[in-house]
Design a protein around this ligand. Sequence first.
Ligand code: FAD
Length: 502
Amino acid sequence: MAESCIRNVVIVGGGTAGWMTAAALARTFGAQLAVRLVESSEIGTVGVGEATVPHLKLFNNLLQIDEIEFIRRTSATFKLGIQLNDWHHLGDSYIHGFGTTIGRGLGLLPFHQYWLKAARAGRAGPLGDYTVHTLAAPRGKFMSSASDVPRDSPLADIPYAYHMDTARYALFLREYAAARGVRRTEGKVAEVKLRPDDGFVESVVLEGGEVVAGDLFIDCSGFRGLLIEQALHTGYIEFKDWLPCDRAVVVRTESVGPPPPFTRANAQAAGWQWRIPLQHRTGNGHVYSSAYISDDEATATLLRNIQGRPLGEPFQLRFTAGMRRKLWNRNVVAIGLSGGFMEPLESTGIHLIQMGITRLLGLFPRDGFDPVLSERYNAQLKFDTERIRDFLILHYHATEREDTPFWQQCQHMSVPPSLQDNIDLFADSGRFFRNADELFAEISWVQVMIGQGIVPRSWHPLVDQVPETDLYRFVDDVARLMADCVEVMPSHQAFIDRHCAI
Ligand code: FAD
């Protein structure tokens, strides 16, 4: 069997992206690849990004990381969803929960179709009454699947995500990768050398002169995009016409009370503020548009809306929503912030790192850099990114808020046709187009569409096959079943204390 000629992989950057990539390559390729990671503790990492989506569990499973050890090492808590406050109108609140099913369907259709008809007849409560996640989260309850739960119970396999200390996660993965042969080099990259004939990256040169050569380079250098942009000038596609926030101010606080099993996202006058509970502290950040609010005002808003004593000074970050024109350019693959950034409203940054890694593993080059691989990779990641982009825009655009110029702009902006088509389709009869490959499930779109006030005019005609008395009984039964399930769940804190306290 011919040996692969891609042997030496150089990762530049040791943030979440760099160490997730290093760990995954070490786990999957083992000694087949020589992986070297260069990072600079003087430059440091971005130092934010603590809420995830449920898919991180799959990544940890790939690495065969024990969940309890992961939770203890990263001081993590569990996350059933995101509570979105004041997004549709001031005083409004709903939860985007991670449930895979809202109750049980009847026949072919998803549950929300039956709910739409029952709700129109005044025979159903809010949509949130029909999923375990949205009922359990505000009550501070949590449990993961337990062996004594019957397989057909809604409690049998609850999807959930984590809130975690990502600096600790990177350290954990660093140890993991080192134990599997990844070589770490502390140093600052001062120069990127390109091959004169084809412009591929040949090596990076560290301050002090050490030359680190490789076949494939993974750019995990953060916003600066040291290889993909500064060396290869790949270009950037901006989303700022639709995602107007361009700054964040961040502060950590002491924990106050037991951690809720959800992320809070409170809309503000020119952006929104997050609260992410870890076991040992709480993360807070205010994401805002600098066109509508000054940095000082944004910081004052942040500090006005925290609980608990700050554990340091607030710090600021600037960004432009968007993505590189190519995430794989020549022999450089950009993963993490070097590849692009969309605000953390739905906690998708780490997920896009995971997708970058997974898709790279799927298309990993063997004999050289055939453009067919990079073109497929770029098309896949573009698709992943744009679908998340549309989902984020939905939160801003589908609002009745007119109380500040920021919200007026969001409400009146035109949105990408891919999103507008889905809004129109959903507004008609609760249907929409979704590709099986995309991150957010149908239930996520439904919860946010309804939560943001897009109430379909009608429902699927097959709902009318069910006699009305049966339909109402079915909807009531689902609500009762969900409420009964939540009743038996322990509190989130009790679950952590019992299974995974630090
Ligand atoms: P960084 O953390 O910036 O790491 C860059 C690395 O490159 C560092 O090790 C640095 O030392 C190294 N480096 C840079 N230049 C050089 C050089 N010249 N020589 C050597 N090394 C160099 N994601 C989520 O999933 N959930 C969230 O809740 C979330 N919240 C966020 C909130 C904000 C405000 C922001 C900005 C991002 C958020 N993210 C979130 C995204 C998440 O933070 C990032 O995806 C994640 O931290 C990955 O960062 P990174 O590793 O790409 O970059």
